[in-house]
Design a protein around this ligand. Structure first.
Ligand code: SAH
Ligand code: SF4
Ligand code: F3S
Length: 442
């Protein structure tokens, strides 16, 4: 079958990716799987004979957006013979064959643990013109021995674990991604080394909760320590950390090992204990504050970012104010803020929920307004400091400026030319405009 595909070398595919970094990393795997089968990746949808949407189910809006995109692109079929349209990722996993009802022109639906079958599935679709859906979750699938085709040549996303066992009551991820499993440490370390040899000097280690990484007596701090020893890379980042599993050992490791960047994404979700309990988050606001204190004590300049949800079922005005207040107290560098979105099949979908949509929106807007001020102030505070910037590209606004990121994950632009791309440059910060730092080469 694969050899049949090889004869179809002219076939080009495009992948449009939605959702979190996990999906970005999975799309990079899919590119490798299809490349290995003899197909060709394109970035231009007009050139593609196969269009794949890698989808996200985390909130209703995420799904609506992609359904809109699918509807608009399947219309190409009326003038493009043999065009295949496939859906992969979390929505494929969640809805399976039902997606065919949403749009009958979809050719295949493939869940998150079945990507290795994609070449065969595509071949079958081409030969038989039948709709195919493969969405069995497979705990054993960790896509070892497959080197991703990186979409960002400078920062390599490296999946260290798949799935999630936490079952936060609002969240669909444990249903779409299956049970948590860690990749072998040796595989991860060699992937990091190779990424560095390919000139990705920064790596980001990915998992829904990297703090519970565990492989043959190695925990996540052990993995960081070992990654720190790899000469080919300069920076290590990771997402996401669950507050219930953030250990003192991890804080100490972050503070000690120089390649581990001073940034942590630590989703708070709510500042109220009763809501945290209903969310099944397994920590209290006090525990969270204590973690923030420990992190800042160990690394005074650490950037802390978070996720919060406004209007969880039954959240009262006082409970929402607890979130607003704790966010003011903590002063996050940045926050992703969402209004609660009910997801069928989750526990919270069965909770009594009488919060009007307008209330949810108003709470969300207040959180956003407050955080915007805090983020602006945080960025302004950097003025006068000297930062190491990993230069990524030309600035979009000004072609005489280059753009990159500081160790604490802030976009920084400064006068310079393209020869600096992929270099680490010391930059003195002279201004902060919105959420971009401006600097001059030091
Ligand atoms: N594993 C990560 C990220 C999961 S999804 C973690 O534990 O933090 C990213 C964010 O989406 C979550 O942190 C949460 O804030 C938000 N989210 C998840 N489900 C949601 C829902 N049903 N409604 C609104 N926001 C949600
Ligand atoms: Fe969802 Fe919670 Fe798992 Fe994060 S830890 S993916 S929020 S269930
Ligand atoms: Fe979305 Fe799936 Fe990631 S639901 S947030 S793409 S794990």
């Amino acid at each position: 079958m694969i050899s049949d595909i090889k004869r179809k070398k002219y076939m080009k595919f495009i992948i449009e990716t939605y959702g979190c970094q996990m999906n970005v990393a999975d799309s990079e795997l899919i590119v490798s799987i299809l490349n290995n089968a003899g197909l060709t990746h394109t970035e231009n949808i007009d050139d593609a004979q196969i269009i794949i949407f890698n989808t996200c189910s985390v909130r209703e809006n995420a799904e609506k957006r992609v359904i809109g995109r699918i509807t608009s692109e399947v219309s190409r079929k009326s003038h493009q013979n043999n065009l295949l349209v496939g859906i992969v990722g979390c929505m494929a996993q969640r809805l399976g064959e039902e997606l065919k009802k949403i749009n009958k022109k979809i050719d295949f639906v493939v869940g998150v643990d079945q990507y290795s079958l994609l070449p065969e599935i595509i071949e079958d679709c081409l030969n038989n013109n039948d709709f195919i859906s493969k969405t069995t979750l497979n705990q054993a699938e960790i896509y070892n021995d497959l080197y991703p085709t990186r979409s960002n040549p400078l920062n390599a996303f490296i999946t260290i674990m798949r799935g999630c066992n936490n079952f936060c009551t609002y969240c669909i991820v444990p249903f779409t991604r299956g049970r948590e499993r860690s990749r072998p440490i040796k595989e991860i370390l060699s992937e990091i080394e190779l990424a560095g040899q390919n000139k990705s000097f920064e790596v980001t280690l990915l998992g829904q909760n990297v703090n519970s990484y565990s492989f043959e007596n190695n925990d996540f701090p052990d993995l960081l320590q070992k990654a720190n020893e790899i000469d080919s890379i300069r920076r290590i980042r990771f997402v996401t950390s669950h507050p219930k599993d953030l250990s003192d050992k991890l804080i100490e490791t972050m503070a000690t090992y120089e390649k581990v960047c001073e940034h942590i994404h630590l989703p708070l979700q709510s500042g109220n204990n009763e809501i945290l309990n209903k969310m099944n988050r397994k920590y209290t606001a006090e525990h969270y504050l204590n973690l923030i204190n420990k992190l800042r004590k160990a690394m005074p300049d650490i950037a802390i970012t978070t996720d919060v949800i406004a209007g969880f079922p039954s959240e009262t005005e006082e409970q929402y104010l607890d979130t607003l207040n704790i966010m003011k107290e903590i002063q996050f560098d940045f926050a992703y803020m969402f209004k609660y979105s009910e997801r069928t099949g989750t526990k919270a979908a069965d909770f009594e929920d009488s919060i009007p949509e307008t209330t949810r929106l108003y709470r969300l807007q207040n959180l956003i307004d407050q955080q915007t001020e805090i983020t602006t102030a945080k960025y302004k505070k950097k003025i006068g400091s000297i930062q190491e910037v990993y230069v990524e590209c030309k600035s979009k606004r000004n072609s005489n400026e280059m753009s990159g990121k500081t160790r604490d994950f802030k976009i920084t632009v400064f006068d310079g030319n393209e020869s600096l791309i992929n270099q680490f440059v010391k930059v003195k910060i002279v201004d902060a405009v919105g959420w971009t730092l401006k600097g001059i080469k030091n």
